[in-house]
Write a protein that binds this ligand. Structure first.
Ligand code: GLV
Length: 323
């Protein structure tokens, strides 16, 4: 009998997922959850056929070009900017992601960040916990309304559309921009109108970013774009660090031009731009938009199902198809 393909986990994961994969692979886990160094990762790509990977792992072109054995790369994430797809294609390494299963949970979190930032939820809580609350005050923590405001969404894929559907419950006007304009019936279903980015920035009271990170979207929102936003506007980044120039954002928050921001992703995460940590008008979370118990389990299961399908020749969510 031929040996099963060998698979390793770059990080710890739900234990049932490794067991599930044992039906088709010889599995090596990383229960210590230690982040592998680049050299350790490179060595494993010579020894294993398959990898179960996370957004924190970087598969750059050189690493993939030099890999001697890797054929299957299953990401537990919808975003795949951490993999050089051209190099993966050249080496015929199949790469999969986990779309759909996290859409609604991530959109929920977009509203959590928007509401928390616009209404100073975390800042007020820190103040309360610090024992500073003496009496109710007419002007305590005055925030920006979310209801009946204009929501701008840049990146109108699955998550953007799920945000737009939620916005209807807050009686918001929704405007969006996207690489491609949506079909009229889709626009109608999510109650969103298409604008150019410049028009959107000028009109949005609140801006949520859900674009994929790639060369063209690096610093999509920098100093010039922040200056185009309405005074007092709120910015939420659910996309990837690097889509926003964090230094420019910190300045816009510091100057008071922006009212607040809610950020789940950062340019050099897990390191943060130090200026962001000093600011009170920003809500900071550690890349947890998809982190409901049910959704993270569904993502892990989908990543595993992709790897099992790859072992049969073709993943379910193939991000670099060459046939
Ligand atoms: C997380 O950021 C993901 O891409 O799923």
């Amino acid at each position: 009998m031929s040996q099963p393909p060998r698979l390793f986990f770059t990080r710890a994961c739900f234990p049932e997922i490794a067991n599930y994969l044992r039906s088709a692979f010889e599995v090596t886990e990383n229960p210590a959850d230690r982040i592998l160094s680049r050299a350790e990762l490179a060595a494993r790509l010579d020894e294993y056929d398959a990898v179960f990977a996370m957004p924190s792992d970087q598969f750059d072109a050189e690493l993939l070009q030099q890999s001697k054995r890797l054929r299957m790369l299953g990401l537990m994430a919808v975003g795949f900017n951490n993999v050089d797809l051209a190099a993966a294609n050249a080496r015929r390494i199949m790469v999969s992601n986990t779309p759909d299963v996290l859409t609604e949970t991530t959109a929920d979190f977009g509203f959590a960040l928007l509401l928390a930032a616009a209404r100073h939820v975390t800042r007020a809580e820190h103040w309360l916990r610090a024992g500073k609350w003496q009496r109710w005050a007419y002007d305590g923590f005055l925030g920006m309304d979310v209801h009946h405001s204009t929501l701008g969404i840049i990146g109108m894929g699955r998550i953007g559309q799920a945000l737009a559907r939620r916005a209807a419950g807050f009686s918001m006007r929704v405007v969006y921009c996207n690489r491609r304009r949506l079909a009229p019936q889709v626009e109608q279903a999510c109650g969103a109108s298409y604008l150019s980015q410049a028009e959107l920035l000028a009109q949005a009271d609140h801006l949520i970013l859900t674009v994929p990170y790639e060369a063209q979207t690096r610093h999509l929102i920098g100093a010039a774009e922040l200056a185009q936003m309405k005074p007092g506007a709120v910015l939420v980044n659910l996309a990837r660090g690097g889509v926003v120039d964090d230094a420019a954002l910190a300045q816009a928050l510091q100057s008071g031009h922006l009212g607040a921001a809610g950020l789940d992703v950062f340019e050099n995460e897990p390191a943060l731009h130090p200026a962001l940590l000093e600011l009170e008008n920003v809500v900071l979370t550690p890349h947890i938009a998809s982190a409901s118990n049910a959704t993270r389990r569904a993502m892990a299961k989908r990543a595993a199902d992709n790897l099992l399908a790859m072992a049969q020749g073709r993943p379910l969510d193939w991000v670099n198809p060459w046939e």
